[in-house]
Each structure stands twice: as C-alpha cells, then as structure tokens.
Design a protein around this ligand. Structure first.
Ligand SMILES: *C/C=C(C)/C=C/C=C(C)/C=C/C1=C(C)CCCC1(C)C
Length: 242
C-alpha cells in the first residue's frame, strides 16, 4: 500500500506538445486573474454598476473553478472534460444573459427579457450536450436545434426587444450593449466550430483538423473575459460622466 502511494505522482505529467493541456492551464490562470480583477475593482464604482461588475467576477470565478477541474481531468485521462464543460456553461451563459438585463435595467428593461434569454440559452446548451454525449450519432440534428436557439438569442439582442431598449437609452449603455451583441454574434460563433470539430456529421473532414477543446478554450477566454471588460468599461465611462 505504502509503495503504491509513494509511486503515484502528485501532479500528472504534461507533454511539451500537449497544446490542449496548455490551453487548459492558461485558461485557468486567466480566469482566476480576471475574477480577482473584477472583484477587487467592484467597490470603486457607483452602486448602480456594482452588481454588473459582481456578475462579471462570478462568471470568471465559476469558470476558473471549472478550468481547475478540466485541466486536471485532461491531464489525468487525456479525454475531453465534457461534463465539467457543460456544467460551467449552464451556470455562466445564463449569467451572461443576466448581464444584458443588468446593463439595460437602468433604461427600463423588464425581467421577462432576462428570463427569455436564459431559457433560450438553456435550450441551446442542453441540446448541445445531448448531441455531444447521449445522442452522438445524431449530433448534427441536436447541433441544429441548438443553433436555432442561438440564432433566436442573436435576433432578440440585435433586433428584438433588447435592441429597442438599448436604442432608447443611447450613450454609453447603447455602445456597451452593441459590444456585447458583437461578442454574441462573433465570439459565440466560435463554439459551433468546436462542436463540429468534435462530433460526427455532414461537416466531417471540414473541421476535423481542429481540437474541440482548444476551440472551446479560446472561445471561453475571449467571451468570458471580454464580456466582463465591456461591462467594466461601461461602469468606468458612466461613473466618470456623472
Ligand atoms: C462562457 C461560455 C460560453 C459563452 C459558451 C457559449 C456556448 C455556445 C454559444 C454554444 C453553442 C452551441 C451551438 C450554437 C451549436 C452546437 C452546440 C453548442 C452548444 C456548442
């Protein structure tokens, strides 16, 4: 027994060419640093922006904890940590929807907008999970349903109710809203590429040269930290204008 314990390495080896493992490590540190940054800067803002910054901190903090586990899972098993990945998303993506609501709240957004976006994001993620795991053979169909939910989110924020409120608000709120909209349109579009790289379907051969985990990790870093910085920037601008 003793010899078994002493022979177990405490830290799994990471090969120098393990790019997936590398992005899990860097992603983990980046999320931790971003969370510390948002939490520590929170109190320097007007009360009305504090919750938004707090949510930016929570998004990156929750991701940091999941990246900690995913990094380990990958290092030990050499497999995609699909379960942890989706638990992370099911918590953080709805929080990003909350972020849209919070910045538009000052302009009179209703809670129903928030719930609509949250519901759509849950549909998008649950169907994506089913396609990646339980119904892998039908991954393209589940991916399509997920993609439809994604497009409805894009429509809602760019052209639907959220857009109307943002236009009425104008100024710094409008430009922050527009930036977040770009993140959803361009930044979130990274994820279906990762999905197609990692599941079978009509797209076989197009994206198969890519690593699903690397694509997802890049997407997470851009979107979670980028989203948070847009909100941070809004709080800075709005506070200095007052
Ligand atoms: C922080 C995590 C974020 C912002 C995750 C976002 C994930 C998506 C936008 C995933 C979208 C998907 C599709 C649109 C179709 C294929 C399945 C998914 C779940 C990868």
């Amino acid at each position: 027994m003793e010899s078994l314990i002493t022979s177990l390495p405490m830290v799994a080896k990471i090969a120098t060419n393990d790019y997936v493992g590398f992005t899990f490590f860097v992603g983990c540190m980046a999320m931790m640093a971003a969370a510390a940054f948002f939490f520590l800067s929170m109190n320097s803002f007007d009360k009305k922006w504090r919750t938004s910054i707090l949510v930016s901190g929570l998004i990156t903090f929750i991701a940091a904890v999941h990246y900690w586990y995913m990094r380990d899972y990958w290092a030990v098993n050499g497999e995609s940590p699909t379960f942890f990945r989706y638990v992370d998303w099911i918590l953080t993506v709805p929080l990003m929807c909350v972020e849209f609501y919070l910045i538009l709240k000052v302009a009179g957004a209703k809670k129903s907008l928030m719930w609509k976006l949250i519901l759509l994001s849950v549909v998008m993620l649950v169907t994506g999970y089913l396609g990646e795991t339980v119904y892998r053979d039908q991954a393209q169909i589940w991916g399509l349903i997920s993609g439809i939910a994604y497009f409805v989110i894009v429509y809602e924020i760019w052209l639907g109710g959220a857009n109307k409120i943002a236009r009425e608000a104008g100024g710094a709120v409008l430009s922050a809203h527009r930036m977040l909209c770009w993140f959803v349109l361009v930044g979130w579009a990274i994820y279906p590429i990762g999905y197609m790289a990692g599941t079978p379907g009509w797209y076989d051969g197009i994206f198969s040269g890519l690593s699903m985990d690397v694509v997802y990790n890049i997407g997470d870093a851009i979107n979670k930290i980028g989203f948070g910085l847009v909100v941070y920037n809004l709080a800075v601008t709005a506070t200095s204008n007052e």
